[in-house]
Design a protein around this ligand. Structure first.
Ligand code: PTJ
Length: 268
């Protein structure tokens, strides 16, 4: 039913409605998990609080993420249902320019879903997709969920893992294994956001294309310059800035009680 309804382009929330429609469509195709729809709603709520824009702190995290990817030896992009539905083309583009592997890694794992996600990625241009079926033959013991099953040619041996949107049981284990974890998560309070090496507090639909652009821009920089970007990066400060932005927006909005004429704060 949701997918039969045409979204009017002039609708004030047309973009957000289109993303919802796409997720429902990909849920019907067996790509997105039921819980993926709930997770998206949680993300939307945080995006609303953050002002639905890529904030300065997210740009700083994107730069650190781009520098980290460019300096890495064996980067892997981990893909789940929501990510495949919303940003498959960006994943393939980013993998190409960073020479990263793409691996399907699911919380609600089933061979059918793994294959459906692989199909979406291949249709978006991926030539190789790790972690599907028997290929996910290694296990990370510290992870309790199905996410522990990984590809021995992928996440298991990666030095940097990009996890756009996940459920938080994994960041800590990957960091404990000595890997750098780059997370994209709209909730600065989530376990993933808190435990990642670099947290991009932004919507994957904005952050993924932005990351590709920044990687392109930084790809001409020297190793020293890239190392400088990562060494001065402070993830605690990023999380603190994200939480402060929410607080500032809410206290300003709380004063008037109405927000539709709300002028964006320019001191972000
Ligand atoms: O496809 P699977 O089987 O691997 O399952 C994927 C989900 C998303 C269902 C699973 O990882 C899960 O349950 O995740 P959580 O615990 O609901 O966490 C999802 C996090 O992503 C939350 O912190 C949301 O705020 C955040 N989020 C949701 N949508 C977006 C987002 N962050 C960035 N961009 C989004 N579009």
């Amino acid at each position: 039913m949701t997918n039969e309804v045409k979204i009017p382009t002039e609708h004030p929330r047309a973009k957000s409605l289109k993303h919802r429609k796409r997720l429902v469509e990909f849920f019907d195709k067996g790509v997105v998990a039921q819980a993926g729809l709930i997770a998206h709603g949680r993300g939307e709520a945080f995006d609303y609080l953050l002002g639905e824009k890529t904030a300065n702190f997210a740009i700083r995290a994107l730069e650190a993420a781009a520098a980290t990817l460019l300096m890495s030896e064996y980067p892997v992009i981990s893909v789940n249902g929501n990510t495949a539905a919303l940003v498959a083309t960006d994943i393939v583009r980013l993998a190409r320019i960073t020479e990263a592997k793409i691996e399907v890694n699911l919380f609600y794992r089933s061979t059918k879903r793994e294959q459906a996600i692989e199909k979406v990625l291949r249709e978006a241009g991926a030539t190789k997709v790790l972690g599907v079926g028997e290929d996910a033959s290694a296990e990370i013991d510290e992870i309790g969920s199905e996410r522990r099953r990984v590809d021995p040619k992928g996440i298991l041996i990666a030095d940097v893992v990009l996890v756009p949107l996940e459920d938080g049981d994994r960041s800590e284990a990957l960091v404990n294994m000595g890997k750098k974890v780059i997370a994209i998560d709209l909730n600065p309070l989530s376990r993933t956001a808190q435990l990642a090496t670099i947290t991009i507090v932004d919507n994957i639909v904005r952050a993924m294309p932005a990351l590709t652009k920044i990687v392109d821009k930084l790809s001409v920089e020297s190793k020293e310059r890239l190392a400088e970007i990562t060494s001065r990066f402070d993830n605690g400060k990023i999380l603190s800035d994200a939480i402060s932005l929410i607080r500032r927006r809410l206290s300003t909005l709380a004063k008037s009680g109405t927000h539709l004429s709300f002028v964006e704060m320019n001191n972000r």
